[in-house]
Every structure is written in structure tokens, then in C-alpha cells.
Design a protein. Structure first.
Length: 115
């Protein structure tokens, strides 16, 4: 039920957007998991930039590698003491990292097929 003064159509649009974003996050995690699962050691190098909120500041981060550990996707990020979990970054960052990982995976597959 929408709040007072909010037209139901606007409320429905907001709910539809949230559902689509959730679906996108699930698909991105599935893609990343599928790629990483094909790599020995369940880790893959990736070079992708994404933004992340730390306290009140938005900072640029560089993802160096991505790994799968007990079904949890973790990122090694330049300048961070420890790994960052996949669910702790926003969908835009997840998309950039997934695209970088897929591009690297795809180019590696092409290279292997040529040699």
C-alpha cells in the first residue's frame, strides 16, 4: 500500500525497479561464480575500477582479483587490508567487475584456442 499522496503507479514502478535490481545482482553473482568455478584455485585476476562508500566518502577502488571461498565471492582490492565481499558493493560496481572478469576470461579462452 503506497504512502499518503503517492500514486499507486509510482509505487509500483519503484517496486519493479527494486525487483529488477535484485534480479540483476543475482545474475551477476551467478556469472561471476560460474567463471571463477572454472579456474583452478577458484581465483581469477581482474582489473576493474568501482566506487565504494566508506563512511561519508565515496572512494575509487581497483579490484585486483576475485575469488570464491565457501560460496562467498571476495575481492582483493588495491589499498585494502583484507578482502571485500561481493555483497558489500553496489550493483554498478558489481557490473563493472563482472564485465572485466568476463572480458578477461573470454580473451584468455580465445588465446588458449589459438595456441
Amino acid at each position: 500500500m503506497p504512502g499518503p499522496g503517492i500514486p499507486p503507479a509510482i509505487n509500483k514502478m519503484a517496486i519493479d525497479i527494486d525487483a529488477a535490481l535484485y534480479g540483476l545482482r543475482v545474475k551477476l553473482a551467478s556469472l561471476v561464480t560460474a567463471i571463477i568455478s572454472t579456474v583452478q584455485g577458484s581465483s581469477h585476476d581482474v582489473d576493474a575500477l568501482f566506487s565504494r562508500w566508506v563512511g561519508e566518502a565515496c572512494i575509487a577502488c581497483r579490484c585486483l582479483s576475485i575469488s570464491l571461498d565457501d560460496d562467498v565471492i571476495r575481492l582483493a582490492v588495491e589499498g585494502c587490508d583484507g578482502p571485500i565481499e561481493w555483497d558489500d558493493i553496489d550493483v554498478a560496481g558489481q557490473y563493472r567487475i563482472a564485465q572485466g572478469l568476463y572480458t578477461r576470461y573470454f580473451s584468455d579462452a580465445i588465446y588458449r584456442s589459438l595456441s
